[in-house]
Structures are given as structure tokens and as C-alpha cells.
Design a binder for this molecule. Structure first.
Ligand code: HPA
Length: 301
């Protein structure tokens, strides 16, 4: 067999590739969202592996996503950081989006910090605030493919061959019960760190859409009424999978734009620009760094 085509084989190959490049066995995993990838640059003497060199990893087509796995120690804790992620709007099935999470779980990672850039729906939120995710509303769920098949890595988008990979049930058995996805202890540590660091972080509900569009004013208003504080196009599948595999999950959104849906119709809604989303992410890296270090220092298992 030239290359593995079953999901479990891909997982084993990805793990052995990662183990062959570094002796680090990470305890904490970090997924860095839009514009937040520079946090991985904090890892001294890192080992970097491009997703394209890792069996089973899809290639991100989204701007602002590097597509790199960075291994090393942060504050002396062995970590693995994924700079870049896959999205449902790129056409990838959840099984492929969550593949890095499955690899981390198999590697023994016990905690996942997952970050994203998101639009603020709660009127209290300002651009640059952080939201520590308490719970999620996943409106991007799609029917997941079940046919066994080959995963074509030559494709840069999740087209039919990726969609036919049919991984459901191999690693996650049964139907996940998402009663408590986000870890309350980690959320408390993060919120306390923000208070100590004197910057704004709020507990809140993350709503995940399929994307790839930002919202109309009417949609922002609807999402607020549904009970969401922030909206984005990622995170929900990774967080659900990580929790289902027994990992403690901390989710952090960086507010890159605010929707203010309750303003009158005469006041124009500023269009959300992808470049702004990326730029705000870069500015917020320092705050995210502060939260990440707080979690690493008070490592709980
Ligand atoms: N909507 C959806 N996704 C987003 C937004 C938004 O306003 N901002 C950043 N990601």
C-alpha cells in the first residue's frame, strides 16, 4: 500500500510523522483562528510541520490561515499549536475538520484551547474584546457522509473525494451528547486572567454558521435573539469532538467586528471586511497570549 486511505491508518501515520520530527509529547493543544496564528511564534525553538506534509490533514484555502503544526514548549509545558484550520465553508466534512483534534487526542493531549475571530452580537461587546465561550449554538451542522472511500489529498478543497471519506463512527462511537462542551474551570481561569491583565473578556455563547458570508443586519438580529453573543464560522465541530474525546476545552473568541443589530434602519450597518477581521486578530494576540499562559501555569488535568 503506497499511501494510507483509511481514517485510522491516516491517524496512525500522522502521529508517527509527528513523533518522528520531535520528541515533544504535547499535553496542551492550541488551535489558532483567523489572524491569530502569530501566537505560535512564541514557542521557542519550535519544530514546524506544514499540513501538506501530514497524512490526513486537509489544506486550508482560507486567507489568514498558515496551515502549520508547531511543536515545542510554552512556559515549559509541552504544546502543539495548529496555526490555521479547515472550515465547513471550504467544503470539508466535519470528520476532516476535526482530524487534528483526533490526532491530538490519540497523542495524549488532555486540554484544547480553541480560538477564533468572531462578530459581536451582544451590545456590550467592543472590537478587540475577548469572549470566553460558555456554550455554543451550531447552525452549521450538515448531514455527514458515511460512505467509506479514499481521501484525495491532491485536492486543495473539500470536494467530493474528501466528502466521501466516511469516517463517522470510527473514533467517536455513538451520538455525541454535547451537554457540557466547554470546561468551566478553564473558563474561570481565563476570565480571571483577563481581570488580572486589565482587559475585557466576557463569558458568552458562540454561534457557528456554515459561512462563508458575514451576516445581514436581519440575520445578526435573529442570532442575538437566539441567545448568541458572538458569531463565527468555525470552532463548533472541533470543540464538540474534543469534548467527546474527553478533552477539557477552552474556547476564546476575539471580537473582530460588532454588529449592533438593534440600531435603527437609518443608521447603516458597517460591512464586515475580511481584512479587518484579520487585522483585529493580530492586535488581540497579546490578550490571547495572556489567557493561554494563565491556563498553562495553572495546568489542570
Ligand atoms: N460573522 C460571521 N463570522 C465572523 C464574523 C461575523 O460577523 N466576524 C468574524 N467572523
Amino acid at each position: 500500500m503506497d499511501r494510507p486511505d483509511r481514517r485510522s491508518d491516516l491517524l496512525a501515520s500522522a502521529l508517527s510523522t509527528l513523533r518522528s520530527v520531535s520528541a515533544v509529547t504535547p499535553r496542551v493543544g492550541i488551535i489558532l483562528g483567523s489572524g491569530l496564528g502569530t501566537l505560535a511564534d512564541e514557542i521557542p525553538d519550535p519544530v514546524r510541520v506544514d499540513f501538506r506534509d501530514l497524512p490526513g490533514f486537509g489544506l486550508s484555502t482560507a486567507t489568514g490561515h498558515r496551515g502549520q503544526c508547531v511543536l515545542g514548549r510554552l512556559d515549559d509545558v509541552p504544546v502543539v499549536a495548529f496555526s490555521g484550520r479547515l472550515h465547513r465553508y471550504e467544503g470539508y466534512p466535519d470528520d476532516q475538520i476535526t482530524f487534528p483534534v483526533r490526532v491530538m487526542a490519540a497523542w495524549g493531549v488532555r486540554q484544547l484551547i480553541v480560538s477564533n475571530a468572531a462578530g459581536g452580537l451582544n451590545p456590550l461587546l467592543r472590537v478587540g474584546d475577548l469572549v470566553v465561550i460558555r456554550d455554543q449554538i451550531d447552525l452549521g451542522k450538515r448531514r455527514q457522509p458515511r460512505q467509506p472511500g479514499h481521501w484525495d489529498r491532491s485536492s486543495t478543497s473539500g470536494t467530493d473525494s474528501a466528502a466521501e471519506s466516511g469516517w463517522a463512527g470510527e473514533t467517536l462511537r455513538g451520538i455525541p451528547s454535547p451537554a457540557q462542551i466547554y470546561d468551566t474551570d478553564l473558563a474561570e481561569i481565563a476570565l480571571r486572567a483577563a481581570r488580572n491583565g486589565d482587559f475585557r473578556a466576557w463569558p458568552g455563547i458562540y454561534l457557528s454558521t456554515l459561512g462563508p458570508t458575514y451576516e445581514t443586519r436581519a440575520e445578526y438580529r435573529m442570532m442575538r435573539r437566539l441567545g448568541a453573543d458572538v458569531v463565527g464560522m468555525s470552532t463548533a465541530p472541533e470543540a464538540l469532538t474534543a469534548a467527546s474525546l474527553g478533552m477539557r476545552v477552552l474556547g476564546v473568541s476575539v471580537v473582530s467586528n460588532v454588529a449592533i443589530p438593534e440600531r435603527g434602519w437609518s443608521e447603516p450597518l458597517q460591512p464586515t471586511l475580511h481584512q479587518d477581521v484579520l487585522d483585529i486578530g493580530k492586535g488581540a494576540t497579546e490578550k490571547l497570549r495572556h489567557l493561554v499562559f494563565a491556563v498553562l501555569r495553572q495546568e489542570i488535568v
